[in-house]
Write a protein that binds this ligand. Sequence first.
Ligand SMILES: C[S@@+](CC[C@H](N)C(=O)[O-])C[C@H]1O[C@@H](n2cnc3c(N)ncnc32)[C@H](O)[C@@H]1O
Length: 294
Amino acid sequence: MQRTEGTPEPGVPGAVTDVRALLEQGTRALSGAGARREAAVLLRSTLGVSDAWLIAHDRDAVGAESTAAYLAAIRRRAAGEPVAYLTGVRGFHALELRVTPDVLIPRTETELLVDCVLRRLPAGSPCRVADLGTGSGAVALAIAHARPQARVVATDASPAALRVARGNATRLGLGNVEWLHGDWCAALGDLHFDVIASNPPYVAIGDGHLRAGDVRFEPAMALVSGPDGLDAIRCIVRDAAAHLAGQGWLLFEHGFEQGAAARELLRQRGYKAIFTARDVEGRERVSGGQVAAA
Ligand SMILES: C[S@@+](CC[C@H](N)C(=O)[O-])C[C@H]1O[C@@H](n2cnc3c(N)ncnc32)[C@H](O)[C@@H]1O
């Protein structure tokens, strides 16, 4: 077949191709469940357009530069890189966050932690909240957004993560968050809070899940925490009470098989009203407890 100007010629650098052909080529290259959706996300991100635009313009020509950029992203995705690192964005609790390989990609499960925190913070009242191990700032910023009267302190041991989080706060115009560098509760100095929240690393060293999927590309310090995955949780449960106001709450995310261990750690440290919340699939994901009145 002789090609004329504008005829789709997928994958050939310099050639003009169209949206539909690129989507088909990307879907084939990725294969498996979700391939079509991921190809669309990567094309949308490359072209800087919406889903609706892709559907309405599926016969529009795509220039050589955009085609090459899209196909490079498809190759990287096919090699395992997370879609969120390729697009640089991830939605979390009504916010769009920038993410880089310096931070964990915020998970949908972690929205449960935010919801559990918000249930303990009456809307319209001033309150003090800490987010330990903030990463992209997901938890801190979601709380700061939903409770504009809250003063939020967010910490991380990774300066690079804090840079990403600060950038997200600036882009989102959320000024009620302070960012502190340091190790878990040690970063809090002599501050006290109504709620301390954390989504700490909780995967055991050597866990097989670390060798598959997106986590291979995420920072190890955001994922791994000692031989049983509980080192960070032990440290936070041990030290948080000294930073909680009377009747303040500690809430943290954990692995779905760590609920009993989490409750036991809270019980040993004298917390009351100990609870575990389950995710939409019924798995134990967030535990917490309250300190006694001052
Ligand atoms: C599971 S990630 C959670 C990130 C973010 N809160 C979220 O939910 O998307 C854990 C975070 O804890 C941070 N971290 C690891 N060790 C730490 C430590 N000793 N002190 C403070 N933060 C730490 C990591 O850098 C990472 O950002």
